[in-house]
Design a protein around this ligand. Structure first.
Ligand code: BTN
Length: 253
């Protein structure tokens, strides 16, 4: 069970706890079209049986070990051309949270919205937006954060507990995460776009130093730019490539 979050203004005041479910994103997406569903409501489970990942992948998470939830937001103030700011604030909120609990680790974001400790993935985020002419009418932030799982069966993944060698209280982690997320969301609503982008780029894996990538072939490249819609510009030697979400992936060592 989880408690309503006391340290936020409007995020996390309504909790839908499901001991088990297929995908919290699917449950939240079903609720979002009902205008009575308050912004900040979240659906959380301890056992997700058909977790959805990016690019049509599945998200695997051991029962009871990790945080798996989907948060409903109504960012109508946001121009659909700037949807990627939602990816930036969600990954920064998770990054700040992990850094809070692992102060001696290198925690970074990986485009578009993964969070790494060192070069291993500790969290993944699946954002599903609904657009209207006025703006982004609703957004479901599906967040999977590896907190206490320690067996990843060969995947290049890690958890907070694996790095710290101690278990964490998931409620406490959730509280820090929601308070960071609310701070960043309010900052976006206020128009602090350049500050958000600057923090994202400053903490971005592959920005300012070459990393290994794959798109049709493997190459060393360096991120030059991310535009407001999320397209990434990568320099390979003297060539410049622009990719969208599905066209390139990073090879983590
Ligand atoms: C990824 O990195 O591929 C994104 C993973 C997102 C997983 C979370 S877990 C909670 C929410 N419900 C889902 O079905 N997916 C997201």
């Amino acid at each position: 069970m989880y408690k309503i979050l006391a340290n936020t203004l409007f995020l996390g005041k309504e909790i839908i706890y499901l001991p088990t479910c297929h995908s919290t994103n699917d449950v939240a997406s079903g609720l979002v079209s009902n205008s009575a569903t308050m912004e900040g409501t979240f659906v959380i489970t301890d056992d997700q049986t058909k977790g959805k990942g990016q690019r049509g992948n599945t998200w695997l998470s051991q029962k009871d070990k990790n945080l798996m939830f989907s948060l409903i937001l109504r960012p109508v103030f946001l121009d659909p051309m700037k949807q990627f700011y939602l990816n930036m604030i969600s990954s920064l909120a998770v990054m700040r949270t992990v850094q809070h609990f692992l102060p001696n680790e290198m925690v970074r974001v990986k485009w578009p919205n993964d969070v790494l400790v060192g070069t291993k993935k500790v969290a993944g985020i699946l954002i599903e937006n609904s657009l209207s002419s006025a703006g982004v009418s609703s957004s479901v932030f599906g967040i999977g954060l590896n907190v206490n799982q320690t067996d990843f069966q060969g995947l290049t993944a890690t958890s907070m507990a694996e790095r710290a060698k101690v278990e964490f209280d998931k409620q406490q982690v959730l509280e820090v995460l929601f308070s960071e997320l609310e701070r960043l969301y309010l900052s976006l609503r206020k128009g602090d776009e350049s500050i958000i982008k600057e923090e994202y780029l400053r903490n971005l894996y592959g920005y300012g130093a070459p990393v290994k990538l794959y798109s049709e072939y493997e190459f060393d490249g360096q991120i030059i730019k991310i535009d407001d819609s999320g397209l990434i510009q990568i320099k390979e030697g003297t060539r410049l490539h622009t990719f969208d979400f599905k066209q390139v992936r990073f090879i983590l060592s």
